[in-house]
Ligand binder design. Structure first.
Ligand SMILES: Nc1ncnc2c1ncn2[C@@H]1O[C@H](COP(=O)(O)OP(=O)(O)O)[C@@H](O)[C@H]1O
Ligand SMILES: [Mg+2]
Length: 205
């Protein structure tokens, strides 16, 4: 088992996994393990990690009705781990074309229409594998059809683009919005993004 990342809330391990019914067939899998925080009371800490693990796994799976997400293999509520398919690809952070940007926008529109908000929509949480776009990291996701969190999703993505694809981020952002506009009701969400930006400007003073 190789640790590939040490996050603020979770560690990520890459390993092989054999399903009970197919022991001869092993797959590369990713294990996301929520780590305990020393400053929390131990029982509360475990309960919190359990809840977040279950919440993330549920949304990861539910989102599958609308976008590609890794296959969910196991949830261990004692260890607070999610075992899922390892998606071998490039992070949108490192590699995004205008065509992909438009498709990413359409994916977000489908997710929102399905009543799911991602909650942490940065370019590190989108993986490109061939022509497929995968969404990961639903820990901060919500089941809601409200405009505000939908607009925040897009606003976060815009900020992520701004800080990574500094040269052509405007073009990519335009394409994402074009893709998102396939959704009815997108107009109100896009209007709300502008309001969020205005709020941000005032609060910086
Ligand atoms: N299923 C997966 N397949 C491939 N890489 C993954 C997968 N899940 C996570 N990763 C990689 O690990 C990083 C962190 O995982 P993530 O679930 O986003 O945790 P965090 O909450 O720490 O951001 C991702 O940005 C991605 O590079
Ligand atoms: Mg992440």
């Amino acid at each position: 088992m190789i640790r590939i990342r040490k996050g603020a809330e979770a560690d990520l391990y890459l390993t092989e996994f054999s399903a009970l019914y197919f022991p001869w067939n092993s797959e590369k899998v990713l294990i996301k393990k929520r780590i305990s925080k020393g400053y929390r009371q131990p029982e509360l800490d475990h309960e919190l990690r359990q809840r977040r693990t279950i919440h993330e796994a549920k949304l990861l799976h539910e989102a599958k009705a609308y976008v590609h997400t890794p296959v969910l293999y196991e949830i261990d509520t004692e260890d607070c781990t999610i075992t899922m398919e390892y998606v071998e690809g490039a992070r949108a952070k490192d590699d995004m074309t205008e065509d992909m940007a438009e498709e990413i926008g359409a994916c977000i529109a489908r997710l929102h229409e399905g009543g799911i908000v991602h909650g942490d929509l940065t370019t590190s949480n989108i993986i490109l594998k061939g022509s497929r776009i995968y969404f990961i990291d639903f820990g901060l996701g919500e089941v809601t059809t409200e405009i505000e969190p939908q607009a925040v999703d897009l606003h976060l993505l815009k900020q992520a683009l701004e800080s990574t694809h500094y040269t052509h981020w405007r073009k990519l952002w335009k394409k994402i919005l074009e893709g998102y506009k396939t959704r009815s009701g997108s107009h109100d969400v896009i209007k709300r993004i502008r309001e969020i930006e205005k709020r941000g400007r005032y609060s910086k003073r």
